[in-house]
Design a protein around this ligand. Structure first.
Ligand SMILES: NC(=O)c1ccc[n+]([C@@H]2O[C@H](COP(=O)([O-])OP(=O)(O)OC[C@H]3O[C@@H](n4cnc5c(N)ncnc54)[C@H](O)[C@@H]3O)[C@@H](O)[C@H]2O)c1
Length: 246
């Protein structure tokens, strides 16, 4: 077996969702630095990172076909799919609206399924397709106030495992990073409030700090390289050891 090694991803093509902020922007930046042509997708137009950028809301019916069309016409295919876009409705279960529930499941799970399925022909044609989903420590644990989010991120892990089995014969690996508390747009409000949430999460980490987007983006990129060719169906905690606590 001839084995390609290393992080040289020159010539590969990636779709990164949620590329205007946080971990998606960091992943797009890192991939471009490795020579990847990136289609950055986000529902907000400002600050999308990518060789090509596309404004699309994954909750809209037409968006999936538009993204696939852009991958074909702008990239000429797709070797790497980073399903990163996500939302995190929070609050007491008793007050949770159906809209919040459907938003968490719709963006964090259903859109991931739809985009992966729609890009399947391109990923299979690649011969070394890579799908990297973004779960959470909430893919394995639960927390009050995060019922819809926790449910959605558990589903991301299940989707990852099942798709790994289904897509393996097409030469496609499917994995999921599971970030802990990372300083991004999603956590900005929480980390900037006066309750000491950032210090709390930092104190729970074995490394004494919260994560930065690049801490996770580098693992996403690794999973896209040939070095990660025999890893599939995995949920990889990238949490600074937060969940190692007894
Ligand atoms: N920040 C954390 O502590 C943390 C922890 C675990 C998992 N995550 C997950 O990491 C992923 C990235 O989040 P982040 O922390 O970088 O947050 P972020 O808010 O900084 O970035 C998320 C991006 O996704 C985009 N997005 C959201 N809904 C979209 C939609 N319907 N269509 C297109 N784009 C959409 C947003 O506009 C935003 O640019 C999410 O899946 C999130 O659940 C975050």
């Amino acid at each position: 077996m001839e084995i390609a090694r290393g992080h040289d991803l020159t010539g590969r093509r990636a779709v990164v969702t949620g590329a205007a902020s946080g971990m998606g922007a960091a992943a797009a930046t890192r991939l471009m630095a490795e020579g990847v042509a990136v289609l950055g997708v986000d529902r907000v137009s400002e600050g999308i990172v990518g060789t090509h950028t596309l404004v699309a809301d994954l909750g809209d019916g037409d968006s999936i076909a538009v993204i696939v069309g852009a991958a074909e016409s702008l990239l000429g295919g797709c070797d790497i799919l980073i399903n990163n876009a996500g939302v995190c409705p929070a609050g007491p279960f008793a007050e949770m609206t159906e809209e919040q529930w459907h938003s968490a499941l719709g963006i964090n799970v259903t859109a991931v399924m739809k985009l992966t399925r729609a890009l399947l022909p391109l990923l299979a044609a690649s011969g070394r397709g890579r799908v990297v989903n973004v779960g959470s420590i909430m893919s394995r644990y639960g927390d009050a106030g995060l019922v819809a989010y926790t449910t959605s991120k558990h589903a991301v892990l299940g989707l990852t495992r099942a798709l790994a089995m289904e897509l393996g014969p097409h030469g496609i690996t499917v994995n999921c990073v599971q970030p802990g508390a990372i300083a991004t747009g999603m956590t900005r409000g929480l980390f900037e409030d006066t309750t000491g949430a950032k210090d709390y999460y930092a104190s729970r980490s074995a490394l004494g700090r919260v994560g930065q987007p690049e801490d996770v983006a580098d693992v996403m990129v690794f999973l896209a390289t040939d070095d990660a060719r025999f890893i599939t169906g995995q949920g990889i905690m990238v949490d600074g050891g937060v969940m190692v606590h007894s």
